[in-house]
Design a protein around this ligand. Structure first.
Ligand code: INI
Length: 159
């Protein structure tokens, strides 16, 4: 029996792309900080000159799947992390954006075979989003861990 598991350390030359939305950047920039902190503490070079990690900013969460797809098909990255914050307002826009980004991210992963971490917060209020982006915990950190786990797991699975 073979047990396949991802790793959180010794991930070697894993190359990671992060797509982050500017909309609600009070929240998303904190998610990004948490994610980069996690990756750097687990041995990923997150410096400006890094060849191991790239960050792409998009206007809003709706645009995340398109850019994630481009990065995933580039052949350069073993895992893509997506970061966004969709906060419910008084209009149906929330539901449209959430539906598109969630389905889009899942499709990119399945269509390309590159794992794409779904780090888009969907909350009723800004307060709830901030609580998940550093005030209480920072889910950006968890998304970083999930990227390491999925990137190394996929690299070890049979082709
Ligand atoms: N984008 C978000 O990332 N979060 C939101 O809460 C949001 N709301 O509520 O409108 C949002 N809208 C912008 C959208 O993602 C696109 O950038 C825009 O429609 C242009 O295509």
């Amino acid at each position: 029996m073979t047990v396949f598991e991802g790793r959180f350390t010794d991930v070697g030359a894993l190359r990671i792309a992060v797509v982050v939305a500017r909309f609600n950047d009070l929240v998303t920039s904190r998610l990004l900080s948490g994610c980069l902190d996690c990756l750097s503490r687990h041995g990923i070079d997150t410096g400006e000159a890094s060849g191991q990690l790239d960050v792409a900013w998009v206007p809003g969460s709706f645009e995340i799947p398109l850019v994630a797809q481009r990065l995933a098909t580039s052949g350069r990255y073993q895992v893509v992390v997506t970061l966004g914050a969709v906060i419910r307002g008084d209009t149906p826009h929330f539901d449209v954006v959430v539906a598109e980004v969630s389905k889009g991210v899942a499709s990119v992963a399945r269509d390309t075979g590159v794992p794409v971490i779904f780090g888009v917060l969907t909350t009723d209020t800004l307060q709830q989003a901030l609580e998940r982006a550093g005030i209480k915990s920072n889910l950006g950190w968890s998304y970083g861990l999930q990227a390491l786990e999925m990137g190394s797991l996929m690299a070890g699975l049979p082709r």
